[in-house]
Design a protein around this ligand. Sequence first.
Ligand SMILES: [Cu+2]
Length: 241
Amino acid sequence: MRSVSILNKRWILVIVAVVAVTTATTAAAGEGGVITGKVILSGDAPAVTAVEVTVDPDVCGTAKDAEDIVVGAGNGVRWAVVSLVGAPGTRAAAAEPPVFDQNGCRFAPHVVIVGAGEQMNVLNNDGVLHNVHSYSEVNPGMNVAQPGFRKSMPVTFESPEAVGVRCDVHAWMSGWIYVTDSPYAMVTEADGSFSLAGVPAGTYELKVWHETLGEQTQQITVTDGGTVEANFTLALETVAN
Ligand SMILES: [Cu+2]
């Protein structure tokens, strides 16, 4: 009887596994919809400004293009973050920790998205001393020297917030860590475009954030199998006012 009992347990495990796979397949086949669009700057794009480099020229070079507003084809705004507010589900951790790399004395990428409470790694691939100095309101501040030999430093922010990061050694170095709990968030491409796929059907608030151009939201409705286009137009004048 004992062997039968073990056999039954095995069958129960098999059945449970099959049910789990079926459930996962159903969820994946639940289609969801796609939100796609562009973040556009209204008016003329500002001229690219060069930032003077005064320290460690052997590693850092002599000048850097400022990245606080980068405008591409069709006035598309790069380095904006588009995210779905109040989206259902929880944000899954990335397969690999997001990376914020100090490389050539700039933060790369200029804007990185990380989940709240999720570990990311700040890298130093320059071999010179950098100083990771965060400017946050919700999360505790961080001000840590990262010598050249310290190639990788794990960092975690617990609360959603756009955290500005600078380096005290190289005054021009500026980047952003965008901490979010939204399962649907991405940084805009060089032409300002974005695409969020697999969004469950429903009506949501879609938010754009940009370090210089501020925030804007709009309501969007996603349908199963549908693609909804949502564009944002941001203006420098609005910020100046
Ligand atoms: Cu630095």
